[in-house]
Design a protein around this ligand. Structure first.
Ligand SMILES: Cc1cc2nc3c(=O)[nH]c(=O)nc-3n(C[C@H](O)[C@H](O)[C@H](O)COP(=O)(O)OP(=O)(O)OC[C@H]3O[C@@H](n4cnc5c(N)ncnc54)[C@H](O)[C@@H]3O)c2cc1C
Ligand code: FES
Length: 256
């Protein structure tokens, strides 16, 4: 883990509300693993004081990419970055996704911008011989579906404006019924209600999964104790999303 000032390559709008910020760093591009995140100080000075956490969405040669939507001041400032601006980045942080067993089909399940860690995960799975990944992407409506560098995508929208009319978890349930007997490992990221639904679905079908959790973070490095998640069947009652996660076995955590 280290802090580096990264030059911005470009910041582009890739969907109605979503930006991709590309930054150059050989160190980050060569050390980041899928599911890990970086902590960004969005500008110099004291405001905003805290770094903001972002999943690394993709790496290409010596460039790393994050995807974000504007939800507050930090992300608004990031959206205005120009080529050559310098961005203060701490990372790589957190525990990454792990590879599935060799005879399983990886299923990537994302809600909204929970798709952010999926492009780098897809690339890594392919590089490790898992050519037939399937991606399940859900959102409120088609305007919120972000399929940036995703492959084999099954879409679900709450209002039926694109793909399956319903939640991404119901769509996945249908896929399981249609593909009975296929060994799978699920990788998920998204809003907590979606992840809770997924947890129940996988529990009911005795299936494994890894989940990347999001929460409001302060330090991002295990010092402030501000990102607890209750754990199931562990000697420790609480674990830290920043240090013990953000990726957890989906059956090992209580998703609030
Ligand atoms: C491990 C991790 C990875 C993340 N990856 C991404 C990513 O790839 N792309 C992306 O767009 N966002 C990601 N986030 C969320 C991102 O960090 C926040 O959206 C960002 O910090 C908001 O900063 P801001 O200054 O724009 O908004 P703020 O002014 O800090 O907050 C605006 C609003 O968003 C809420 N908020 C802030 N952080 C979070 C959060 N983590 N979860 C839910 N609500 C929050 C605040 O409570 C407030 O209501 C990630 C968070 C974590 C913990
Ligand atoms: S954010 Fe400080 S301990 Fe996790």
């Amino acid at each position: 883990m280290k802090i580096e000032l990264l030059p911005v390559v470009r910041c582009e709008q890739v969907a109605a509300t979503v930006y991709a910020l590309h930054m150059r760093s050989f160190y980050f591009a060569s050390t980041i693993q899928p599911g890990q995140f970086i902590n960004i100080k969005v500008q110099s000075g004291f405001y905003p004081l805290l770094r903001r956490p972002f999943s690394v969405a993709q790496t290409q040669d010596d460039v790393i990419t994050i995807l974000f939507d504007i939800v507050g001041e930090g992300t608004r400032i990031l959206s205005l970055k120009k080529p050559g601006d310098m961005v203060d980045v701490l990372g790589p942080l957190g525990r990454p996704f792990t590879l599935p067993q060799s005879d399983t089909v990886p299923l990537l399940v994302a809600g909204g911008l929970g798709m952010a860690p999926m492009p780098i995960l897809t690339k890594w799975l392919k590089a490790n011989g898992f050519k037939n990944t399937e991606t399940f992407l859900g959102a409120r409506s088609k305007d919120y579906l972000v399929d940036y560098q995703l492959e084999n995508v099954h879409y679900a929208t709450d209002d039926g404006s694109q793909g399956y009319h319903g939640t991404v978890v119901s769509l996945l349930d249908q896929w399981f019924t249609d593909n009975r007997g296929t060994e799978v490992t699920v990788y998920a990221c998204g809003p907590n209600p979606m992840l809770r639904g997924l947890q129940n679905l996988l529990q009911g079908r005795s299936l494994k999964g890894q989940v990347s959790l999001e929460c409001v973070m302060a330090c991002g490095i295990g010092i402030c104790q501000g990102c607890p998640v209750e754990s199931v069947n562990s000697t420790k009652r609480y674990r830290l999303v920043c240090n013990d996660g953000p990726v957890f076995d989906i059956h090992s955590v209580v998703i609030q």
